[in-house]
Design a binder for this molecule. Structure first.
Ligand SMILES: [Zn+2]
Length: 143
């Protein structure tokens, strides 16, 4: 059984279109400037329906992480071996969290607060998956 592939819907299509071009875009409220991820129908802070996807830096910090062991929950990932499930807090806004993987990283190398930067993995003709890697240029002195 292969890896599940995200299915863009009307709300998330701009996010996936940007990712296919190697850009990380996050929805932002046009009225109060708050960022939202995952995408929302309206801003739950000011109730504005005026939201736009805007490019963000792709920089953030490791907020939390866990290691999933082979086949522990999803058989789709059995062939992948152990993998990391992470939450990254994007630099644009405290609490702007994104679930992700850190391909190539090991759990024993990670610490909460570690600087990370976005990378993109094409997983099908239609879907490119934003993921994160440790930002070695920002790592020194970050902890
Ligand atoms: Zn708002």
């Amino acid at each position: 059984m292969g890896r599940p592939i995200p299915k863009p819907d009307a709300l998330s299509t701009p996010f996936w279109d940007a990712a296919r071009k190697g850009e990380l875009k996050v929805q932002q409220c046009c009225d109060c400037s708050r960022y939202w991820f995952p995408p929302v129908e309206y801003c739950t802070r000011c109730l504005s329906p005026r939201l736009e996807f805007r490019a963000v830096s792709g920089k953030g910090k490791l907020y939390s992480y866990s290691e999933a062991h082979t086949g522990a929950r999803l058989s789709h990932f059995a062939a992948a071996g152990n993998y990391l499930v992470c939450l990254v807090e994007l630099d644009e806004q405290p609490g702007l969290l994104m679930y992700t993987n850190l391909p190539g990283a090991r759990a024993d190398q990670l610490k909460v607060g570690l600087p990370v930067t976005v990378t993109f993995e094409k997983i099908s003709d239609d879907v490119t998956l934003p993921q994160f890697v440790v930002d070695v240029t920002a790592e020194k002195g970050a902890l």
